[in-house]
Ligand binder design. Sequence first.
Ligand code: UD1
Ligand code: CA
Length: 482
Amino acid sequence: MTDFRLAVVVLAAGEGTRMRSRRAKVLHPIAGLPMIAHVLATARHLEPAYVEVVVRHQRDEVSAAVREYLEDAIVVDQDEVPGTGRAVELAVQALPADFDGDVVVVSGDVPLLDAVTLGSLLEQHRAAAASATILSAVLDDATGYGRIVRDADGSVTAIVEHKDADDTVRAITEVNSGSYVFAASALRELLPRIGTANAQGEKYLTDVVALLREASAPVAAVPVSENWRVAGVNDRSQLAEQAARLNAMIVRGHQLNGVTIHDPASTWIDLTVTIGQDAEIWPNTRLAGATTIDRDATIGPDTTLVDCEIGEGAVVRRTDATLAVVEAYAEVGPFAYLRPGTVLRGGGKIGTFVETKNSVIGRGSKVPHLSYIGDAEVGEKSNIGAGTITANYDGVAKHRTTVGSHVRTGSHNVFVAPVTIGDGVYSGAGTVIRKDVPAGALAINVAPQRNVDGWVAANRPGTAAAEAAAAASAGDDAPAAE
Ligand code: UD1
Ligand code: CA
């Protein structure tokens, strides 16, 4: 149910310099979604009347992602006045003038902050009728963070930024995590009064705290129970750390749902992936995007599946696949490469060193070894011989190959598309099929083999081959043992 007295402001205008990236920081993905999508999902869980995202750096890219992941979010453009205080001031101005509920403020670069933590912060804020409630953290090394300053009786008096702090304040280990709840009225009244006379020349949101204290308005700071939940991502090392934490939680979730995952540390599963009961995942496996794995399937080791659909009981080993469908009890790999548009029907097989693209391999049909099958359709229960190539591209256009059911093609065939091979056809080894083959025919076009007797003795005298040949014919001449 929508909480009409709640707005969530997501700060995402900063430059994210330490990422050293051409991509905006909040668009770097973890678990398959841009960081900001995780924050927006958390915001949505609180069911606020408004979600606002403050943007400036790479505003077009960031706001496009915001629209994609939370359609009705309000994008607020920050102007040239720098600082979190200015960002929130503009966000509050963009709310309806009569909104006087609570404003939760979070950063777009804190992807693991969850709705349970924020929800309980909001509850405490409301229970205490506070003007501001800060989510804090107690750190061994507080360097760089704003410190929570408390008076003798423990009441919060100010947040002092590291760069503006003296040694006494720097000794404080309780820091501002950067997530808070404010009364909208307090922000409306106080933010316009905050200046930029500080070490960074920015309008600090955190200065609101001292002003509230002066006005004797109640301010609380509540330490978070697990520090990693509020850890921000400022560089690629922290990105990897938070991605690993989230992945560990995702893996554990699947394990508790009945999926066997042998090696959580080397198994990477996007948040968007679904896995059925009693599926089994072997090490070094990445399941990405919209991938779905049905029950009893076996995946890995050494497998990457992006946007794939794997059926019940299917087995996919040492395979790289994108936008492929593997139906129930089919078998893929080891060492297969399934490109977009591959559909392997039930009980079929795509085997070792086989590449497929835009092709349907019918029920129970097999492409077991060393083949390229592109733009093709294979019927049911057919077997494609080892080393078969669909020559689908004439240099200008792609053409289709159609193979019927119960077909047995020989090893090392080339199907020169467009070509149709009828039901029940056989083909000889090394056949280059350029013309359609009618149902039930044998296709064969290799030149007849000619053996030139004695060629080695005549043309390569004295070689080991010639000696071996001579020994072999001497053996032929020997009387057969009785
Ligand atoms: C801020 C807090 C600090 C806290 C720390 C936690 C202030 C003044 N300080 O410091 O007390 O310990 O977070 O990580 O708030 N942003 C904007 N517009 C701006 C500047 C920043 O939207 O003009 C956004 C950033 O994109 C980021 C968030 O606000 O998502 C925090 O900004 P950042 O520069 O990281 O703040 P800190 O200086 O680290
Ligand atoms: Ca930061």
